[in-house]
Write a protein that binds this ligand. Structure first.
Ligand code: FMN
Length: 219
């Protein structure tokens, strides 16, 4: 059984608090062994019924990145058009992806058929396959932070088009499109907070002890 020293425990929290979504990258490549460790960390995430519904599509090719970037540009323009001023202009100032700047793009997919028709634990919560895939992403994201690698999740995309570009089979869902690379910096707080878009919510507002209407600490 593994037990953690005090320093190792602190390091886990450090990775959690210092993790950031990264959209500005330096050009150095990610060594293969580092990328392998990150994907292996993802593959050790918990999954419903141990179904391991994920696959990882690694993209380094500039042409493929450019095809994905084109999809993102359209999705971002569509999102911007839905805002009213002054939010629309503020949105236009945000950098929302680093697809072409990052040396590696990684599409993490979810195969709902993995593990067969009766995956233990999925009977009454069908989307637990997707939850599991997101946990793989989080594992990778934290391991990447510890390795000094930045990760940016791009959700301004149309999944059907991503599937087509990457040749993903029709029954497999693209869940996360990630940009990986060494960052210009790891900001201390979320970029959206620094840019005045949104603040972190006070934790006391979110903890319901004993039931939804009870206040924290007054069970
Ligand atoms: C499911 C998901 C989708 C996201 N999509 C985008 C995106 O398309 N573009 C972007 O700039 N950030 C995206 N983010 C990053 C969030 O904006 C970021 O996690 C949040 O602002 C908090 O910042 P932090 O990750 O640095 O703590 C996404 C994050 C998640 C979890």
């Amino acid at each position: 059984m593994v037990s953690f020293t005090e320093e190792e425990t602190r390091a886990v929290y450090e990775a959690i608090y210092a993790r950031r979504d990264i959209r500005r990258f330096r050009s150095e490549p990610i060594p293969d062994d580092v990328l392998e460790r990150l994907v292996d960390a993802a593959h050790h995430a918990p999954s419903v019924g141990f179904s391991q519904p994920w696959d990882f599509v690694v993209i380094r090719d500039e042409e493929t990145k450019s095809d994905i970037k084109e999809i993102a540009s359209r999705a971002i323009a569509a999102a911007q058009a839905a805002y009213e001023e002054p939010r629309q202009s503020e949105f236009g100032q945000l950098k929302l992806e680093g697809i072409e700047e990052s040396p590696v793009n990684l599409c993490v997919t979810c195969d709902p058929t993995r593990g067969g028709p009766h995956v233990l634990g999925r009977n009454s919560m069908r989307r637990t396959d997707v939850y599991s895939t997101c946990l793989a992403v989080q594992n990778l994201w934290l391991a990447a932070r510890a390795e000094g690698v930045g990760v940016g999740w791009v959700s301004f995309l149309y999944p059907a088009e991503v599937r087509e570009v990457l040749g993903i089979p029709p029954h497999v869902k693209p869940i996360a499109y990630l940009c990986l690379g060494y960052p210009e910096s790891f900001p201390d707080e979320p970029t959206l907070q620094t840019e005045g878009w949104r603040d972190r919510i006070d934790l006391e507002e979110l903890v319901h002890t004993g039931g939804w209407d009870a206040r924290a600490g007054s069970e």
